[in-house]
Design a binder for this molecule. Structure first.
Ligand code: FEO
Length: 169
C-alpha cells in the first residue's frame, strides 16, 4: 500500500474515535439539559462512529498493514445552546466528509482501486450523515422554541436505535 494512503487510513481510525468521543460529549450536554431523546440520538451516533473506526482498523489489518493508535483529543466544541450543538455536529460531519475525500483522492492518485472500493461505503455514509445533521437543525428551527413541540421532537429522537453497519469486512 502507498505510504500516504496508509498514513491517512491510519489517521482516520483516530478521527472516527474522536467523532465518537465528540458525540458522547453532545449526548452528555443533552442529558444534563433534561432532553434524553436528543441524548439517546447522539449516544447511538457515537456507537456508529466507533463502528467507523473499527472498519478502518480492520481494513488495514486485512491488508496486512500496520495499525498505530494515537491519543484521542479532548472534545473541543463550545456547547453554548441546543442549536449550537446541532450546528457543531453538521460542521463536524462536513469536516469528516473532507477527510474521506482526501483519502479517496490519495488512493485515486496511486490507482489503489481496492481502497477506493472500501471508501465508497464511506462516501455514501457521509452523504447520509450530513443529511441527518441538517434535518436535526431544520427540526430544531421549526419546533425547538415551543416547549410542547420540543417535547415531541425529544420523544421522536428517543426512538433511534443502534444498528450495525451494512459494511462487513
Ligand atoms: Fe464517521 Fe459521522 O462519520
Amino acid at each position: 500500500m502507498d505510504a500516504k494512503v496508509h498514513a491517512l487510513l491510519n489517521e482516520q481510525i483516530n478521527k472516527e474515535f474522536y467523532s465518537a468521543y465528540l458525540y458522547l460529549d453532545f449526548s452528555n450536554y443533552f442529558e444534563e439539559a433534561g432532553l434524553e431523546g436528543f441524548a439517546n440520538w447522539y449516544k447511538v451516533q457515537a456507537q456508529e462512529e466507533r463502528d467507523h473506526a473499527m472498519l478502518f482498523y480492520t481494513y488495514l489489518q486485512n491488508e496486512n498493514m500496520k495499525v498505530t493508535l494515537d491519543a484521542i483529543a479532548k472534545p473541543d466544541k463550545e456547547l453554548t445552546s441546543h442549536m449550537a450543538v446541532l450546528e457543531a455536529g453538521l460542521e463536524h460531519e462536513k469536516y469528516v466528509t473532507s477527510l474521506i475525500n482526501d483519502i479517496y483522492a490519495a488512493a485515486y492518485d496511486v490507482r489503489d482501486f481496492r481502497t477506493m472500493q472500501f471508501l465508497d461505503w464511506f462516501v455514501k455514509e457521509q452523504g447520509e450523515e450530513e443529511t441527518n445533521a441538517n434535518d436535526l437543525i431544520t427540526k430544531m428551527e421549526l419546533f425547538g422554541s415551543a416547549p410542547k413541540s420540543l417535547y415531541m421532537l425529544n420523544q421522536e429522537l428517543a426512538a433511534r436505535v443502534y444498528t450495525a453497519p451494512s459494511l462487513v469486512l
